[in-house]
Design a protein around this ligand. Structure first.
Ligand code: SAM
Length: 361
C-alpha cells in the first residue's frame, strides 16, 4: 500500500490523474490518497501528485500518535534516513520541524543513522485535517454547483497522519514550460500542469498515440510527448500548426534526456479540420482537446456548437477515450456523439471562467 501527496486544489481530479500511475486510488484526507500499487516511472510524469510513499501506517493528525505509530511499526530496511514532514494546506497546525526532529529521534533509537543531505531512505510524514469531498472511490461529485456561502459544509471530517518511505516523486519542471516562455505563444494556451494531467488521463504513456485535433500551440502534445506518448496534432489555422511544430521541435527534440526518464515520443502536426480528420478509424489511443471558448473568434466556417459536436463525433470514430476541456459542459453533445461520460470536473479559474473537464469513454 502507498500514500500519495496530491497537489492542486481539486483532489478528485488529482486522483483521476493518479489512476494513470497507480491502482485502486482512494482519498483519505484533503491532499492525501492511498493506492494499492504504483508504477514509479509514471509517478515521475504526474502533474497533480507530488510523491508516492510506501505506507508504514496511518493515524490521527497529531505528533504523539505519529510517534507511537513509528515506535511500533515493523521496519525492514537498513541504511541512513531523513524525516520530511508536511502539514497539508496548513490544516493541522502541527509544527513540522519538531515532527521531523522527534520522529528522527525515534528512528535513531531504533538503530538508524540520520543523514539529512543524502539519506538512503526518506520517511515522509503528512498531516492533514478537513472534510473529504470525494466519495470512497475517490471520485468527487463535481458536476453539482459548489456550496453557496452559509450552507452546511459537505463531507466527512477526517484527521490523518500518514507515514511512509518515499518511493517516487514527480518531476516539477512545469515552470520551464510556461506558455509565455515557449518559442511560440498565443493567448489561450493551456498551462503545462493541466495539459500534463489531461494527457495522462487520456492515456499518454510510452507506446500510446495521443491526438489533439485542435492543438493550438501544442501545449497538450508537448506534455504527452514528454511522458513518452507518440503525438499527433491538427489545427484549422496554418499559423497554429506551424507554431505547434516549433514548440514540439523545441521540447521533444532536445539533446538531453527527458527529466521524467521517459524517451520522448514522435510527433506529427498538420493543418486540418477537427470535424473531418484525415485519420483512420480507431487509429489513436486517446484524444484530448481544448475547445475554443465562446469569445474566441477563429472558428472558421463552424458555429461553436457544430464544431464541438463534429469534433466529438470524429474523435469517437478514431479513439475509444477522450478528454475534453472547455468553458462549458459539452456533456449532452458528447452523449449524442456516442460517448459515455466517465467523469466530469469543474475548475473555477476566475470569476467569469470555469473550466470543465469531461472524461469520455
Ligand atoms: C483553445 S485553442 C487550443 C489551445 C491549445 N490547447 C494550446 O495549449 O495552445 C482552440 C484551437 O482550436 C482551433 N480550431 C478552431 N476551429 C477548428 C477546427 N474546425 N478544426 C481544428 N482546429 C480548430 C483554433 O485555431 C485554436 O487554435
Amino acid at each position: 500500500m502507498y500514500f500519495l501527496e496530491l497537489g492542486g486544489e481539486d483532489d478528485a481530479f488529482a486522483i483521476r490523474e493518479a489512476e494513470s500511475a497507480a491502482a485502486d486510488v482512494r482519498s483519505v484526507a484533503p491532499g492525501l490518497a492511498v493506492a494499492n500499487t504504483v508504477v514509479p516511472e509514471r509517478v515521475h510524469g504526474l502533474a497533480y501528485t507530488h510523491r508516492a510513499s510506501a505506507l508504514l501506517g496511518r493515524t490521527d493528525a497529531d505528533l504523539a500518535s505519529a510517534t507511537v505509530l513509528l515506535e511500533a511499526a515493523p521496519i525492514d530496511r537498513s541504511g541512513t534516513v531523513a524525516v520530511r514532514a508536511t502539514d497539508v494546506h496548513g490544516s493541522t497546525g502541527v509544527a513540522t520541524d519538531r515532527a521531523e526532529r522527534e520522529l528522527g529521534q525515534v528512528l535513531v533509537d531504533r538503530g538508524f543513522e540520520v543523514d539529512l543531505e543524502d539519506p538512503d531512505h526518506i520517511l515522509r510524514v503528512a498531516f492533514s485535517e478537513g472534510r473529504l469531498e470525494c466519495d470512497e472511490n475517490g471520485r468527487g461529485d463535481l458536476l453539482s454547483a459548489p456550496d453557496d456561502e452559509g450552507d452546511e459544509p459537505r463531507g466527512e471530517r477526517v484527521s490523518v497522519c500518514a507515514l511512509g518511505w518515499l518511493a517516487a516523486e514527480s518531476v516539477r519542471d512545469f515552470g520551464t514550460r510556461a506558455p509565455t516562455d515557449k518559442p511560440f505563444f498565443q493567448p489561450g494556451s493551456m498551462d503545462p500542469l493541466l495539459a500534463r494531467a489531461v494527457a495522462n488521463v487520456a492515456g499518454a504513456r510510452p507506446g500510446a498515440t495521443i491526438l489533439d485535433p485542435m492543438c493550438g500551440t501544442g501545449g497538450v502534445l508537448v506534455e504527452a510527448g514528454l511522458v513518452g506518448a507518440d503525438v499527433v496534432g491538427t489545427d484549422a489555422q496554418a499559423k497554429m500548426a506551424r507554431g505547434a511544430r516549433t514548440n514540439l521541435e523545441h521540447f521533444l527534440e532536445p539533446d538531453e534526456p527527458s527529466p521524467t526518464g521517459a524517451e520522448r515520443g514522435s510527433w506529427h502536426v498538420g493543418r486540418g479540420d477537427a470535424t473531418r480528420l484525415p485519420i483512420a478509424d480507431d487509429a489513436v489511443d486517446g484524444v484530448v482537446f481544448d475547445a475554443p471558448y465562446g469569445r474566441q473568434s477563429k472558428i472558421d466556417t463552424h458555429r461553436l456548437e457544430d464544431l464541438v459536436s463534429g469534433a466529438l463525433a470524429e474523435t469517437r470514430r478514431v479513439a475509444s477515450r477522450a478528454v475534453v476541456v472547455a468553458d462549458r459542459s459539452w456533456a449532452a453533445e458528447a452523449r449524442e456523439a456516442g460517448w459515455e461520460l466517465e467523469a466530469a470536473f469543474e475548475r473555477r479559474v476566475h470569476r467569469s471562467l470555469t473550466r470543465y473537464v469531461l472524461v469520455l469513454e
